[in-house]
Design a protein around this ligand. Structure first.
Ligand SMILES: Cc1ncc(CN)c(N)n1
Length: 233
């Protein structure tokens, strides 16, 4: 039996008040400014199939190879360097350690279980969206703290938003790799991390500043990143 996970409804102001994006806050307004494409990303075919356990293995492999390449870019190191307060640097360092301890082993175990060789991994070309995303982030990390924290917040928040669909529906994936990917992006720890990023966006970003364009561009790239998984599978 397939446990179907319904699509997320259209975004509305205050959806994420429970994580600090209260109605009218900077984070809430940025979220609403990208609502249409955000919704398409979190309800994309890739996410739907992953949550319903109907995703073909070759698509999952293609996506996770891309995502491991994306993960290895070192964006957290740049955020730590740019963070204006020591307590923020410390929070980011702790999260970076969490990624190294929890997310990196997910990738390496996955590649082993799905028989992806080092050679296959190394030789897989980056998809156009991943290449564009990595190039864009290379620009963002050389920009301002305000832009970088907006980019980081947006990408993590969007991941929590798609994973939350399955928690809301009470569906647990039966394919271990699907469940593992959901578990990394939904739960107390990931919510707390996203909430801390939302608080930083509320504190530092501006809806009238360049951060607004950063937020929308990240949502756009995230949507395309999911779509590209099918092209190289
Ligand atoms: C492309 C992308 N964006 C965000 C995430 C969540 N860390 C991710 N794993 N991959």
């Amino acid at each position: 039996m397939v446990n179907h996970v319904p699509e997320a409804p259209a975004s509305k102001s205050g959806d994420w008040a429970f994580l600090g994006a209260e109605s009218g806050s900077v984070a809430d307004r940025l979220y609403l400014s990208a609502a249409e494409e955000w919704n398409r990303a979190i309800n994309s075919r890739f996410v739907n199939e992953l949550l319903d356990d109907t995703l073909p293995d070759n698509v999952l492999v293609s996506y996770l190879i891309q995502d491991f390449k994306f993960f290895n870019q070192g964006i957290m190191d740049h955020a730590i360097a740019l963070a204006p307060r020591e307590e923020t640097k410390e929070m980011l360092r702790k999260q970076s350690k969490f990624f190294a301890d929890e997310e990196a082993p997910y990738f390496t175990d996955f590649l082993k279980v799905y028989h992806v060789t080092d050679e296959q991994y190394e030789h897989a070309p980056q998809t156009p969206a991943n290449k564009e995303y990595c190039d864009y982030l290379a620009e963002v990390v050389n920009g301002t703290w305000e832009e970088l924290i907006t980019a980081l917040c947006c990408m993590e928040w969007l991941y929590l938003a798609w994973a939350k669909r399955t928690v809301d529906a009470g569906v647990v994936q039966q394919v271990p790799a699907h469940k593992g990917w959901v578990d990394l992006h939904e739960g107390e720890l990931f919510r707390a991390w996203t909430g801390r990023l939302i608080a930083l966006v509320n504190e530092y970003a501006s809806v009238d500043g360049p951060e607004a364009e950063v937020f929308r561009r990240i949502v756009h790239l995230e949507r395309r990143f999911f779509e590209d998984a099918y092209d190289l599978a």
